[in-house]
Write a protein that binds this ligand. Structure first.
Ligand code: TXA
Ligand code: MG
Length: 356
């Protein structure tokens, strides 16, 4: 299959010929990689079982790992799921945006899309190109991240091309993604008098703290913190049990003071290695590079948790391009936007935290 690569610059999504063609491809059962504000998605119709099968095949993804269904307006959830007042309370505040809510599904959604579950994950993306393609296709859109299964999610058109060339009909390059980590996935919990709380199954840019401003009871699934638990715990989010986000380089996440962190690197690093850290540590890293035998590369997380999230997957891919054998990073905090980084980096490290 020849994959058509199209670039859209600016936010000129409105009446573009490319958008119209993308909508048609999806409506007719094909696949198009699209930009969203989180990561690039591999989009196919959520109403056509064969499209979901093609998505699983193109990604090399196990078919019991359900897909997120994307809609252009929160109200479009009615057609595919049994909604409730809490869904709309959250939609009012966070949609369009990087929040995915799991609801009981309606029959029109093929079970292939939901990995056999009787629930469906719903997200209304904010990116204007993504929303316009959903509108043009006339279908809700199933879209997992557009990476080959097990690799870091793509945050640029070039990443998608590297993973999907020859496997899908079209790639739309809309520039780098703003957020860089996938949406926050939540499931609603019932309290007295109906739904009033939620459990975070995957942390993202909509944080626990932000959700707690709207819902009385917000908890984080144990597997978010400790991926090893995802195997034992009742699997709430099937995606959590698979190894994810892993570059070929070994990722070493170090717990302890920063003094301990730098000492560990000085004593253990060698060959071609990377240090993934906030920009304030650049000078310290360069001093360490001079002392350590081998070739050190500084992988800058920028200067805020949001910037670190935005760059994370790009840096993990860069680690492989530069053929680093090991990437060292300090254990991030588990609050605010840093929880999303924590969750991904722990998975990239195969669930292991190093405590020197
Ligand atoms: O930001 C995002 O959410 C991106 C962009 C493209 O929108 N999409 C994305 O999709 O990350 P994907 O398929 O890579 O991740 C979907 C996650 C998986 O962990 C999956 O197990 C979980 O959501 N999920 C989907 N449907 C579910 C369901 N019915 N119940 C529980 N978890 C579900
Ligand atoms: Mg994914």
């Amino acid at each position: 299959m020849i994959t058509e690569y199209c670039t859209i610059t600016g936010n000129a999504a409105g009446d573009s010929e490319i958008i119209r063609r993308a909508g048609k491809i999806i409506r007719e059962g094909g696949l198009v990689a699209i930009p969203t504000e989180t990561v690039y998605g591999l989009a196919g119709s959520a109403l056509i079982a064969a499209s979901a099968e093609k998505i699983f095949a193109a990604k090399g993804r196990p078919s019991d790992n359900p897909l997120i269904v994307h809609i252009a307006e929160p109200g479009e959830a009615e057609a595919i799921a049994h909604t409730n007042p809490t869904f709309y309370t959250l939609a009012e505040r966070f949609m369009p945006g990087p929040l995915t809510i799991i609801l009981p599904k309606k029959d029109c959604v093929p079970s292939t899309v939901t990995g056999g579950l009787d629930t469906v994950a719903i997200r209304c993306p904010e990116h204007s190109i993504a929303r316009e393609i959903i509108r043009r296709s006339g279908h809700p859109i199933a879209a997992p991240s557009a990476n080959r299964s097990g690799l870091p999610s793509p945050t640029t058109g070039a990443h998608v091309l590297a993973d999907m060339d020859g496997r899908i009909d079209m790639i739309i390059d809309g520039g780098p993604c703003d957020i860089g980590v996938e949406s926050t996935v939540i499931t609603l919990t019932e309290g007295e008098g109906g739904a009033c709380g939620c459990v975070i199954l995957r942390p993202g840019a909509v944080t626990k703290e932000m959700l707690a401003e709207v819902l009385s009871d917000v908890t984080v699934a144990a597997s978010v913190i400790d991926p090893n638990l995802a195997l034992g715990e009742k699997v709430l989010s099937p995606g959590m049990k698979y190894k994810h986000y892993a570059p070929a380089a070994e990722v070493v996440v170090i717990q302890g003071s920063f003094e301990t962190f730098w000492r560990y690197i000085r004593e253990n690093a060698g060959g071609t290695y990377g240090i993934l850290a906030f920009d304030v540590w650049r000078e310290t890293a360069e001093k360490a590079f001079a002392e350590i035998e081998g070739q050190g590369v500084f992988l800058s997380m920028g200067s805020s948790a949001a910037e670190a999230n935005q760059r994370l997957f790009l840096l993990l891919r860069e680690a492989d391009e530069q053929q680093l054998n090991t990437v060292y990073t300090h254990l991030p905090p588990r609050s605010g936007k840093a929880l999303a980084f924590y969750n991904r980096i722990i998975r990239a490290a195969g669930g292991k935290i190093t405590t020197p």
